[in-house]
Design a protein around this ligand. Structure first.
Ligand SMILES: *[C@@H]1O[C@H](CO)[C@@H](O)[C@H](O)[C@H]1NC(C)=O
Length: 172
């Protein structure tokens, strides 16, 4: 009996291992702080922090932005839409330009359409690469685990608008 149970368990574990696939997704997030003719503001500051950040003339410790950023296939904002990143980021360090970034990335096209992943990350915005831990998934991505790598593709210091490149590695 015990042996049978162990066998059944081993088969179940082997089955679970083969059912998991790693998927790589690359897409771009358009964080528009200053609206233009081609885009409304998709990142809106809702709280202004009280304390200046050393070496950062623009941002303050405590600044909080709500975001509803479009996700596209390419770096160009007019490339094919793949979804939205909805959530917030706040300047959560008194000493560095580092955010707590939390969002759901909802996919609206392709084979992950209707799926979403939730990320919760430390985003030190001046670092070349930031890691986005995936804390869960929903819809066709229910149970997703993995991580993303976030890179600043372009940043305009006049408007504060940024295009971020995201490589997502998901186990579903
Ligand atoms: C930054 O944005 C301003 C205002 O839209 C624009 O005039 C300027 O050309 C942009 N700079 C770059 C490097 O794209």
């Amino acid at each position: 009996m015990r042996l049978l149970l162990q066998l059944a368990l081993a088969v179940a574990v082997a089955g679970a291992a083969t059912a998991t696939t790693t998927t790589h997704l690359r897409f771009y997030m358009h964080d528009t702080v200053t609206a233009s003719a081609s885009s409304p503001a998709t990142a809106v500051r809702v709280v202004r922090g009280a304390a200046a950040l050393p070496g950062d003339a623009v941002n303050r410790f405590g600044d909080l932005y709500v975001v509803d950023d479009p996700l596209t296939e390419g770096a160009d904002a007019s490339s094919a839409a793949v979804g939205r990143a909805r959530g917030f980021y706040m300047f959560a360090s008194r000493t560095d330009s580092a955010l707590l970034f939390s969002a759901t990335m909802e996919f609206t096209s392709g084979k992950h359409s209707g799926g979403a992943v939730s990320v919760l990350a430390r985003d030190a915005i001046l670092d070349e690469v930031r890691e986005l831990p995936v804390v869960g998934g929903a819809g066709v991505l229910r149970g997703a685990a993995g991580y993303g790598l976030l890179r600043t593709h372009s940043f305009n210091a006049t408007t504060n608008n940024a295009v971020l490149q995201i490589d997502m590695y998901l186990n579903v």
